[in-house]
Design a protein. Structure first.
Length: 132
């Protein structure tokens, strides 16, 4: 990631987090159980009623993760982005949307940012409902 791209992301999202825990979902999808994450908003700001009220992929995936990884049922859930490496050498970084529970977030410094791979991302891995 070049410094101009990083500066633009920092301007839009002032805090950087690393996901805690040992998520098999994140490991399989991004190559690490602990990718870096930026918050866009709380789920109830993005969707009226929050993630539980919507039948869209990101909400379904979070519900599936919540059942498999036993995330807390109380507290805040945030919608934001995992920062992925560019698909090509000439491309820009990609930011993929995810929902995470507040207990999964650990603040980190921007100079520790590690972009993750997108090589493991397939349609099937992006929607766990297809794996049932």
């Amino acid at each position: 990631m070049n410094r101009y791209e990083l500066a633009a992301i920092r301007e839009d999202y002032n805090k950087l987090y690393r996901l805690r825990g040992k998520s098999d979902y994140f490991r399989e999808k991004y190559g690490t159980p602990n990718p870096d994450f930026v918050i866009r908003c709380e789920d109830i700001e993005a969707w009226e009623g929050g993630w539980q009220e919507w039948d869209i992929p990101v909400c379904t995936i979070y519900g599936w993760r919540n059942g498999v990884e036993l995330l807390p049922t109380e507290g805040k859930v945030y919608y934001g982005y995992i920062i992925c490496a560019p698909l090509t050498e000439l491309g820009e970084s990609i930011m993929l949307g995810e929902l995470v529970h507040e207990s999964e977030l650990e603040p980190v410094e921007w100079d520790s940012l590690e972009t993750v791979t997108t090589k493991n991302i397939t349609f099937e891995k992006s929607d766990p409902g297809l794996l049932r």
